[in-house]
Design a protein around this ligand. Structure first.
Ligand SMILES: [Zn+2]
Ligand SMILES: [Zn+2]
Length: 356
């Protein structure tokens, strides 16, 4: 391995620079080092990028990546050098109370790559190399693509570490076959949720957004689309469900207005599932309506490692193809421009190739 590598470094809010930094080394016997082959920019990366999450200067960004194992700690049992793996974006301990109860998203020692000291001080994967701690639990071997197009297959598998599995969990934990699933927000996670609903046998999948290009992708997946600027979403959903409302409603936005819209779409006794991220102290919601309708609410940080294997298996089977949401493929050297475009909503999903 070389001593230095290129990485997307956040110098200050809005200042991403591709710089040479030291190649990481194995610090713990449970670590592996991956040579990164594909990485992506996630909406969560905009928290440090825009300064909403305060981080130390010069962190390496990125928590969606896959690649080849090039070094393994002595205690790693599942992987050896040369294995191709995809990593969960969240690293959990595997042994605390929550982890033992299959809730790794609530792990007492939870860490996320590329988000600075407060989230566990892990260098990110928008780099040529990255350390994956607790590798036996955090990473998964990438299965053989079989007859699939290798490049496309890698792009599908890449998202098993974060957005695909987040969207998958939001639906899989709540829906039954035949259900009507409504998704508010056709961003990457919303599109992955809609894709999951179809793959798991939803009767109807309805996607609500205000941006036509995003709705177009949902439509390509076979969803019924509702542009909230043109049609009242609650009217559209009631119309499609014999005036009941949707069995499962996914809020994939993480904003008060989306939450209110989502609440208005769910049927009595239905489920409101919230993968969208909320950090507000308080939000005004119609609590009496939730109570009287007996709505079940599911939310919180995704339990990625609990659901990743299902997502990988369904991807291998060709039933989840999240690479369809990629709008831009760029080199790591173009990271600064990629972040600018992503923040400006000029791209739905950007992946970066560390090889260029
Ligand atoms: Zn993410
Ligand atoms: Zn834990």
């Amino acid at each position: 391995m070389p001593d230095v590598m290129r990485a997307a470094v956040l110098r200050a809010p809005h200042v991403v620079e591709v710089a040479e930094v030291p190649v990481p080394t194995i610090a713990n016997p449970t670590d592996v080092i991956i040579r990164v082959e594909r990485t992506a920019i996630c909406g969560t990366d905009l928290h440090p990028y825009e300064g909403r999450l305060e981080v130390e200067p010069d962190i390496v960004l990125g928590h969606e990546f896959l690649g080849t194992v090039v070094a393994t700690g002595d205690a790693v049992g599942q992987f050896s050098d040369g294995d191709r793996v995809v990593s969960s974006c969240v690293v959990s301990c595997g042994s605390c109370y929550q982890c033992r109860r299959h809730q790794p998203g609530n792990c007492a020692g939870s860490r996320i790559f590329g988000l600075g000291l407060a989230l566990g001080d892990l260098a990110g994967g928008q780099a040529e190399y990255v350390v994956v701690p607790n590798a036996d639990l955090t990473a998964r071997r990438i299965p053989d693509a079989g007859t699939a197009d290798d490049a496309r297959f890698d792009e599908d598998i890449l998202f098993a570490g974060d957005i695909m599995t987040t969207g998958y969990e939001a639906v899989a934990r709540s829906m039954r076959p035949g259900d009507t699933v409504a998704v508010v927000g056709a961003g990457p996670v919303g599109l992955c949720a809609a894709m999951t609903a179809s793959a798991l046998g939803a009767g109807q999948v309805i996607v609500v957004d205000r941006v036509d290009t995003r709705l177009k992708e949902a439509e390509n997946q076979g969803a019924i689309t509702v542009n909230a600027d043109q049609v009242e979403p609650a009217d559209a959903v009631l119309d499609l469900t014999d005036w009941r409302g949707a069995d499962v409603v996914v809020d994939a936005v993480g904003h008060e207005s989306a939450l209110l819209s989502a609440i208005s779409l769910v049927r009595a006794g239905g489920t409101l599932s919230i993968p969208g991220v909320y950090t507000e102290d308080a939000i005004t919601i119609p609590f009496g309506e939730l109570y009287l309708k007996g709505i079940k609410v599911e939310m919180g940080v995704s339990h990625i490692t609990e659901y990743m294997d299902e997502v990988i298996a369904l991807t291998v089977a060709g039933r989840l193809r999240p690479s369809s949401i990629i709008t831009h493929r760029m080199g790591l050297s173009e990271a600064a421009e990629a972040y600018r475009m992503f923040e400006a909503c000029e791209a739905t999903k950007i992946i970066l190739d560390p090889g260029r």
